[in-house]
Design a protein. Structure first.
Length: 341
């Protein structure tokens, strides 16, 4: 071990946090992020240089970047999931579900989702976030990814709740979100960014090596902590189906997630010690993105993953984020003994 590292003098790395999309399964990374904050002894945003998220990952990421703790967001999300993905309450809701089976209407109205987002973010604008933040959506008309960035002047006045609503507009679950995104004043429809980049790690790395080049010039000093929302078992086909038995190709891409290629690319670009991916395979009964009744079981799965090695990895990640060696060196152990009563 180098002398500087053993003395705890290693330069603090440029740290990127990315969070995948996944609907109610967003509770899984929240459990892990709470444990990471415990190991850090402070908030995520105080130890992060760039945040990127897709869909529910954008919601969680923006909330963390606003200064909320993972524990605070956890409490909000448990109740919000039941609001956003509410069971049918009247004839209109049942009619919507029947239309959804034919592919003629989204499964949910967005009232509950919008209410939750406005409660969390209020009048907060992208430029008010405490950390540089990216949120991914998709423009179906122009067939391109829409990257909302708190660093871009044209995005700084956009309401955070609206950016998150666009990023979370999962096809067949919610309607596209009409939104003005530039000086033209013309609204464009936006859907869930998960259709092309459910794992936003490559977009985040590109941003870091572009705008933040002075601090992130060397990949050796860039750490990516990438949190998944639980990976459905291979072959899972839990997306809404039409009466003709066909699954939406777009929604299937969203559920499965365009994560494999992005993860492989990130692992190729970064030294192995600098890419920290947290993910777990879910049983088929927990794979649905909109089954709010699964929240308690999802929390149990996330906690079980902690008990089987993820907690130790999070402890090591916290030290890496703070510029410390993965294990305490002789100098740190000596200081601890001197500080002990």
């Amino acid at each position: 071990m180098p002398i500087a590292e053993s003395l705890g003098l290693r330069r603090r790395p440029f740290t990127i946090l990315t969070i995948d999309g996944g609907g109610v399964r967003g509770i899984v990374p929240l459990v892990w992020l709470q444990r990471l904050e415990r190991h850090l002894g402070g908030t995520i945003h105080a130890h992060t240089d760039l945040v990127a998220g897709t869909s529910v990952g954008a919601i969680i990421g923006c909330a963390l970047a606003s200064g909320l703790t993972a524990q605070e967001i956890h409490g909000m999300w448990v109740s919000a999931a039941h609001t956003a993905f509410a069971r049918p309450a009247n004839l209109r809701d049942h009619a919507r579900r029947l239309a959804n089976l034919a592919g003629a209407a989204p499964k949910y109205e967005d009232g509950g989702l919008v209410q939750m987002l406005k409660t969390v973010f209020g009048d907060l604008r992208m430029g008010n976030l405490k950390r540089p933040t990216l949120a991914l959506a998709y423009q179906p008309q122009s067939l391109c990814v829409q990257v909302f960035s708190s660093l871009k002047e044209e995005h700084q006045d956009l309401p955070v709740w609206e950016v998150c609503r666009a990023s979370a507009a999962a096809p067949l679950f919610f309607s596209p979100h009409q939104m003005v995104i530039d000086k033209s004043g013309k609204p464009v429809p936006l859907i869930d960014g998960g259709v092309t980049a459910n794992n936003p790690v490559i977009v985040a790395l590109s941003e870091a090596l572009g705008r933040e080049a002075r601090r992130a010039s060397a990949l050796d000093n860039v750490i990516v902590m990438s949190f998944g929302t639980g990976q459905p078992v291979e072959g899972y086909r839990g997306t809404p189906r039409t009466i003709f038995g066909h699954t939406s190709v777009i929604t299937q891409a969203l559920v499965v997630g365009a994560t494999g290629t992005d993860e492989l690319t990130a692992r190729t670009m970064l030294p192995s010690r600098n890419y920290w991916r947290f993910q777990v395979t879910l049983p088929e009964r927990l794979a649905a993105m909109d089954a709010a009744e699964n929240v308690d079981e999802l929390i149990e799965v996330a906690n079980n993953h902690l008990a089987h090695g993820a907690d130790e990895r999070l402890r090591q990640l916290a030290r890496r984020m703070q510029g410390l060696p993965l294990e305490p060196g002789w100098w740190e152990r000596l200081r601890r003994r001197e500080a002990a009563p």
